[in-house]
Ligand binder design. Sequence first.
Ligand SMILES: Cc1cc2nc3c(=O)[nH]c(=O)nc-3n(C[C@H](O)[C@H](O)[C@H](O)COP(=O)(O)O)c2cc1C
Length: 194
Amino acid sequence: MTDEPYILVLYYSRHGHTRTLAGAIAQGIRAAGLQARIRSVPVLRDSGQSPASDRDLTCTLEDVEHCSGLALGSPTRFGHMAAAVQSFVESWSPLWLKGSLIDKPAVLFTSSQSAHGGQESTLLGMLPVLLHQGMLLLGLPYSEPPLQHSLQGGSPYGAGHIAQTGSTGLHRDERALAEALGRRLGRTALALRR
Ligand SMILES: Cc1cc2nc3c(=O)[nH]c(=O)nc-3n(C[C@H](O)[C@H](O)[C@H](O)COP(=O)(O)O)c2cc1C
């Protein structure tokens, strides 16, 4: 553990796709000059769900409280965030009471099976949670070239991956957008540092 400022890259992933996106966003954050702390949300008990890997530590409330910014990711589940993500953010009331996340920048990301399987509704459904915490939400501007032409994941609302191929590997457009989102988050967090 370090006292260095960091961006928290927080995700749930059962099959590894959302986790791969988290890694690309973390690369962008580091390219902007900030540390990225990658953590998975706690797994729900009795859900039969397991995390995609045990490579990342489980996030604590302290990880959330002391971050300089947040990237929050979930698989698309029936057009919505996964229950494990919803459950963890519902444990953030102490942070809400303290105002710990007010004026900190945040971005969103998701992975879905199909192109029209609900990425945008998932990202927009996660938005109010972070707005209630007082966070400053960032998206992707159309100056990012893949946004103009790509048929892959990623939108003005955040980074995305379409997992239809079965591979957890990102299409180059998805990677470019995820890294750009991480860089934008890192740059903004540095500019806002107080
Ligand atoms: C319960 C459940 C609901 C899902 N709902 C959707 C959906 O609405 N749209 C979609 O495209 N994919 C859906 N999927 C597929 C996942 O979004 C997709 O496989 C995703 O890439 C998984 O991410 P992960 O590898 O990080 O777990 C669903 C999967 C599960 C298990």
